[in-house]
Structure formats: C-alpha cells, structure tokens
Design a protein around this ligand. Structure first.
Ligand code: PMP
Length: 442
C-alpha cells in the first residue's frame, strides 16, 4: 500500500499549478491520491465519480491493470531509445495500430508528447508541405474564434480564446480566424448537431478573397470544440469547409485531441462526421492519459511529398526527444488493445441516447440557458452573473466535488465527458447529482 499521508503535503507553495486559480486552490486544496475505473479517491478518503475522464483523456477509466503492467514491463526492458536516427519496435507497432483505426487515407503517424505539440507539428508540416511542392508563399494559417489548440505559440495564435491570447504579445503573424459557430439564439437546446450555421464556413471564402488563396497554407478547427463549451459543428459546416479548402488548395487540419479515441462513438470525429481532413492531431486518449503522448496522423499525399532528395538526408527538420518514447508507446499499445477488447471506441454511440436523455433532463433547472451534447460529451451552459462570468459555474464545480462528482467548467459552461466505460446507473448518478447542485446555485 502506498503511504497516503505522503501524497497530501502541507507545503503547497512551490508548485505553480497550470490553468488553476492557485490562491483559491491552496486555501482549500482538492487532492486525489488514488483512482480505479470510474472513481477517484480524495486525500480525505472520499470517492468521486469521474465525469470528465480526467481531462477528457482517461477514456478507458483509471488504473487499468493491462496498461499499468505494460508500462512496468517496458520500463524494466527498454526505458529510452534516442528518437532521432534510431528506432525501437513499439513505436512502429503503435503507429501501424493507429493507422488501422484511423480513417482509410491516414497512413502515417508523427509522434509528439501532448496535444499542444501535435498542433505545432501539424501547422509546421502544413507549411513545409506547400514549400516542398514549390508553393512556399503559402504560409498563412487560419483558425477559428473560440478554438482551443493548446498553449504553445502556434496554438494560441490560431486559437480563439481571448484569455489565452491577450497576455502573450503579438503572437504569430499571418493568422486569421473564422467566426465561431456558437449561435445560441438559433440553436439552443439542440440534441446533437445544430441546424443553423453551415454558412459560417464561407468565412473562409472571404479570407481567400482578401489574401488570395495562394498565400494560405492551412485551416485548423476542432471538428467539435470541446474546451470552449462543447460546440458541435452545424450540419453541413465541415463539409463546406472541406469543399472550400479543396477549391483553393488549402490543407484542412482537424484537431482531434478531445474527439479522438471514441468520444463521439467512432474512433475519430473525421469518421463520425464523414469528412476527411489532411492532418489529424491527437493526444490524451492515445495512452488513456496515463503517459504524455500525442500524434499527428496524415495521408500518403502529405507524407510522400517530403520523401524526395538524397536518401541520407533528414526529410523533416522537426521532432522531440521523447517522440515515440518506448514507455509511452507501450502504454499506447495497451490502451488501443483495451479499447478494442472492450469495444470502447463505439460505446459512446450506444450510450448516446441514454446520455442525452439524462443530460437534457436538466432543462428547466435554475440558470440553465442551453444544453448541448453528442456521443459521450455534454455541456450545460449557465446564465452568467453580470461582471463575473465564470463564478456560477465555478461554484457548481466546487459543490459537485463536495457531493462526489467531478465535472469541468469553462467560462459559464459545465462540461462533462465521462470515461467510455461508464454504466447507465453511473450516468444517472452523475446527472442526478449535477441536478441537485444546480438547484442550490445562487
Ligand atoms: N487541442 C485541443 C482540441 C485540446 O482540447 C487540447 C487540450 N484540452 C489541446 C489541443 C492541448 O493539449 P495538451 O494540453 O495535451 O497540450
């Protein structure tokens, strides 16, 4: 047994926590010391039902023995191999396994260590690809308002979250944004994809007219925007975006860091929405969140354009010390096996009707102004308090934690994305408890 007291330190000053209200946290810390399947154990010995799969990443639930054992075995066998000019079998095997569950044209995989790094990698590949084909003027990148693409400079430049951008200078130049697709006045309380908003994809045509398409390298969007409140693509929107990209020779990147690995009921959102991008960024569920790892998936059309010139030359000047790290690769393989053995990549599709019935039962509770959901993801948007737009949702988060469920908040929206192993009874518990919390909010 581990020493639980050692996991609950008294001195909390040194650790500057990411994306956290540090001062609030350190006054009343919330500590997890163990986890198993659908539950966390807190430092004061309570069980908390995981309504968010950690940070949308523990899709198979927690501390799954197969994954733990694979990591232990790999750590004892081959801990590290240089990622450049040397290989080890598990990275190749994992890349192959990934192409088997990815949409058909995706035949190549570039490993990273996080979602943010996958985004930077995909943006760089897009620009370098055009250059490799003699179209070096295509450097402009297009993102979308309310897009979240991690926290590195490329990602926050194409991203569309004001708070992630405004503190950090001028960011990348040559970046534009499509408008976001959140149209609550037309689409509130829609189950699944909203009816209205496909025409917003035409923003890309306007940017092509403004800049000339021969200067645009790529468009990056989350097929379903998770971090900014579960914004589903309006019906027809992604198709329109794809068509405009094709018309003008622009690459389309889907950021599937959240939607990858079964969240919507298919391995990837590209399959769910049946729209094929040119590059897919992933992370999180790739190793069930257990070891940091990300990947960029791409097609032969993109990959092969780099495979020219003398054979001894490095084709893409990009990579990380830990790209395809053996322990991460072992975790990834065990994770994909778990998804396959338990049919988890399609489970969200089976549970979706039950999940959405439960979620939409919250309609009519105090302060609830919109509900959105698809697959095993859902959001409840609360009416913001004037001048304090995140306070009500944060208060819901704290109360939910006290009552034994883990939810997430983003702005004034509560977001949920439970592990794909959740049972119907646990869905009832999660949504029932959230309903109780909502009734007590000021
Ligand atoms: N892209 C998307 C769509 C994400 O949701 C996230 C993380 N929530 C990231 C990128 C960044 O991933 P990471 O935190 O692993 O860098």
């Amino acid at each position: 047994m581990s020493d639980r007291s050692a996991s609950a330190p008294n001195d909390l000053r040194a650790f500057w926590m990411p994306f956290t209200a540090n001062r609030q946290f350190k006054k009343s810390p919330r500590m997890f010391v163990a986890a198993r399947d659908m539950h966390y154990t807190t430092s004061d010995g309570r069980q908390v039902l995981d309504g968010t799969a950690g940070l949308w990443c523990c899709n198979a639930g927690h501390c799954r023995p197969k994954i733990t054992e694979a990591i232990q075995k790999q750590a004892a066998e081959l801990d590290y191999a240089p990622a450049f000019q040397m290989g080890h079998p598990k990275a190749f095997e994992l890349a192959s396994r990934l192409t088997e569950i990815a949409p058909e044209p995706f035949e190549h995989v570039f490993f990273t260590n996080s979602g943010s790094e996958s985004v930077e990698t995909a943006l760089k590949i897009a620009i370098a690809w055009h250059r490799a084909r003699g179209e070096g003027a295509r450097t402009r990148l297009i993102g979308r308002e309310r897009g979240y693409h991690g926290v590195n400079f490329g990602g926050i430049s194409v991203g569309g979250i004001v708070a992630n951008r405004k503190h950090f200078g001028t960011l990348l130049t040559g970046v534009d944004h499509l408008r976001h697709t959140h149209l609550p006045e037309k689409n509130a309380f829609t189950r699944g994809q909203p009816e209205h908003g496909a025409e917003l994809a035409d923003d890309l045509e306007r940017l092509c007219a403004l800049h000339d398409p021969s200067t645009i390298a790529a468009v990056i969007v989350e097929p379903m925007a998770g971090s900014t409140g579960v914004l589903l693509p309006p019906k027809g929107y992604l198709q329109r975006l794809r068509e405009i990209c094709d018309r003008h020779g622009i690459l389309l990147i889907f950021d599937e860091v959240i939607t990858g690995f079964g969240r919507l009921g298919s391995p990837f959102a590209a399959q769910h929405y049946d729209i094929m991008p040119d590059l897919i960024t992933t992370a999180k569920g790739l190793t069930n969140g257990v070891i940091p790892m990300g990947a960029v998936l791409t097609t032969a059309r993109i990959h092969d354009a780099f495979m020219t010139g003398p054979e001894h030359m490095i084709e893409l000047f990009h990579g990380y010390t830990y790209s395809g790290n053996p322990i991460a690769a072992a975790a990834g393989l065990a994770t994909l096996e778990t998804y396959r053995d338990e049919a988890l990549l399609t489970r969200a599709a089976e549970l979706e009707p039950y999940w959405l019935d439960a979620l939409f039962s919250l309609r009519g509770l105090p302060h609830v102004i919109d509900i959105r959901g698809q697959g095993l993801i859902g959001a409840v948007e609360l009416e913001p308090i004037a001048g304090e737009p995140t306070r009500r949702a944060f208060s819901a988060f704290l109360k939910a934690y006290e009552k034994g469920i883990l939810i997430r908040t983003t702005g004034d929206t509560i977001a949920m994305s439970p592990p794909l192993i959740i049972s119907k009874a646990q869905i009832d518990e999660l949504i029932g408890t959230l309903g109780d919390v909502l009734k007590t909010l000021d």
